[in-house]
Design a protein around this ligand. Sequence first.
Ligand code: C5P
Length: 226
Amino acid sequence: RVGVTIAIDGPAGSGKSTVSRRIATELGIGYLDTGAMYRALTWYALDRGIDLADQAAVVAAAGRMPLTMDSDPQDPHYFVGDTEVTGAIREPRITESVAAVSTNLGVRRWMAGEQRRRMLEARDRGSGMVAEGRDITTVVCPDADVRILLVADSEARLARRALELYGDTAPEHLEATRRQVQGRDAADSTVSEFLTPAPGVSVVDSSGLSVEQVVDAVLALVDDDL
Ligand code: C5P
């Protein structure tokens, strides 16, 4: 298992962050949240007053962004320069704008290169890494040792997101969450087909499973594949 690389893709609410972080902890390997990188770039560009529609300016900002990520999978922290952005990158204004950044093909090229470099470094160092996102199994690291697409039916995804956002699954909160999740899935799916497994990618359906059960299913795949 030395230097194992694990790629986990999935839509919003599939449980991929919770599961990826648990896997990193269980296996004692690094953790890379690629969505946090897109969110941090969105925060940075807005902070600098860059028009997100100016694609070249946003790509240039990516190259200049002084992003540091600490690697504790149970409690990740993100900094841009000296400013901690861990909380800010989860705010609705970022979630609402991130698609304008993630549909920028120059940004995607830059992100994929940066993320791949981090994965391969972890492989070469022997420390290993789990990376989660939308295109890790297909674009960033199609040669990862283990590749998983985590899916869940729409009701399960909705309930998870409502719990995250509001702390409960009251009908009005489910409804508000439904509007957000549908909008984001539609925006995301214009970039690439996130919901269909590429050849060689294992699908894990987390609907109706506990975190524990999903973690066990993923660990079983890691055992099978290595
Ligand atoms: O995973 P998370 O919801 O934090 O991702 C935020 C956004 O970043 C997604 O909605 C998507 O637009 C973008 N993203 C992406 N490719 C990735 C990870 C995230 O386009 N690998």
